[in-house]
Design a protein around this ligand. Structure first.
Ligand code: CA
Ligand code: CA
Length: 441
């Protein structure tokens, strides 16, 4: 049932029309997947979104609910359009997104009709503060940017641009990254799913203040070794933010903030990363022995090949209210970092690597002596997966961090008492309530 469900999810974006066709595709895909998994176990196992996470994120991309803010269209793209059209009305759409973004200026909003688009696109023009260039699927439809027919280019790339909003579509099968930002600033990528690319799902280099919000990155695998394709990579740049994300089954790491500085990661779930010879950390949070200042809050890492949260020699990390469960090696590996109110249970080598020094630790489960009894469920398909057991020791055992925190102690881990992944990660859920300082410059 889980396999069929995950395949349903995988093709959901394509099947807004023709339920019969959808069902036929599901049956064929399920049969193929079963056959493949029987033939090559572990090599390219089908990715799987467990029920506890699926219920939260199904509505993020190409869902039924309108997204906020609502934009008014000025340009249109459709698979049956023409680049000789003026693109200014739904009756006269362009054929390619490239034509639209070459035409677009500050304040333009491109609505892309549902369907599969095969050519790559490079953004070269910028918006302005408060007047971004916006590209999104036509409401109620789903644009899929597929790179299967391309060679050696990123499917969607932004080069040296500012103030662009990319929202509500699917990117897949790129021969390189799915969405790639180079030296681009103040870009928002939200409600985008990037999967089965041959490098990272999302990657930014050399850009500041970019926001990745409600993004899903999965099954991004570089061959033959798998050591480069992360779900979301923030390689360099300052003040970038990931706000609500799900990354899974990527060959290298789920989220990798490497040499970027003051990156803020909130409400991300990262699991089952690490395929082929990839590194396989849920969150890799620095590099190069540099002062990076990465902040991670209210995030969950489970079932990753190596560590849940790994500093990778980066310094100045702040990790608050995170949960690491059943990762292959450690829950947390850091040095000279601050760790507050984190929960770590059932990791292969231990909750925290004991050899790493200089950490400031407050209210974490391993110093409180908490174990699996802190959790209501360790089954990813259970609605209460990683929820807190009322009498399990994590409730009220943490230290207050922000103005809103109870002086009597706050709950340890990513979820508070009574909270579920389905509620905490649902569309429209409140932003992080974890308090504490924002990344400083
Ligand atoms: Ca790597
Ligand atoms: Ca990596």
């Amino acid at each position: 049932m889980g396999l069929v469900r995950s395949i349903m999810y995988t093709i959901q974006a394509l099947t807004h029309r023709g339920p019969l066709l959808a069902r036929a595709i599901v049956v064929v895909c399920a049969a193929l997947a079963l056959l493949l998994s029987a033939c090559v176990p572990g090599v390219f196992a089908s990715s799987r979104l467990p029920d506890s996470v699926a219920t939260a994120v199904e509505a993020w991309v190409c869902g039924e609910e309108p997204l906020s803010p609502a934009y008014q269209p000025t340009l249109f793209v459709a698979t049956n359009g023409s680049d000789a059209s003026d693109g200014r009305s739904v009756e006269a759409p362009f054929k390619t997104l490239q034509r639209a973004v070459d035409e677009a200026g500050p304040g333009d909003v491109v609505w892309v009709r549902g369907g599969v688009y095969g050519s790559d696109v490079e953004f070269r023009r910028s918006g302005l503060p408060g007047r971004p260039i916006v590209v999104e699927s036509y409401p109620g439809e789903c644009a899929v940017f597929d790179g299967a027919g391309l060679e050696r280019v990123q499917r969607i790339r932004l080069t040296g641009v500012r103030h662009v909003v990319l929202r509500n579509f699917v990117v897949r099968n790129s021969p390189s990254e799915g969405v790639f930002l180079m030296d681009s600033h103040d870009v928002t990528v939200s409600h985008v799913r990037s999967h089965h690319n041959h490098m990272s799902g999302f990657l930014t280099m050399g850009g500041d203040r970019n926001l990745f919000s409600h993004v899903i990155a999965h099954d991004n695998v570089d061959r033959p070794h798998g050591g480069d394709a992360d779900g979301i990579g923030i390689s360099t740049g300052d003040g970038n933010r990931i706000h609500y994300c799900v990354t899974f089954a990527n060959s290298d790491d789920g989220v990798d903030t490497w040499l970027s500085t003051n990156t803020l990661v909130e409400r991300c779930v990262s699991f089952d990363n690490g395929r082929l010879e990839g590194d396989g950390n849920g969150f890799k949070l620095g590099g190069g022995n540099e002062q990076v200042g990465t902040v991670v809050r209210r995030s969950i890492a489970f079932g990753n090949k190596v560590d849940g949260f790994d500093y990778n020699s980066g310094r100045g990390l702040l990790l608050e209210h995170n949960t690491a469960f059943a990762n292959g090696r450690y829950g947390f590996v850091t040095r000279d970092a601050q760790l507050h109110n984190n929960l770590s249970v059932g990791n292969g080598a231990g909750d925290q690597a004991s050899s790493e020094r200089g950490n400031v630790l407050r209210g974490n489960s391993w110093t409180l002596g908490l174990g699996e009894e802190a959790l209501l469920s360790t089954d990813p398909d259970h609605p209460r997966f990683l929820g807190l057991a009322e009498l399990g020791g994590a409730v009220g055992s943490g230290v207050p961090l922000g103005a809103g925190d109870s002086a009597g102690g706050v709950d340890v881990g990513a979820l508070t008492l009574g909270e579920r992944i389905a509620s905490a990660w649902r569309l429209g859920a409140a932003a992080s309530d974890a308090g504490g300082p924002r990344p400083s410059r």
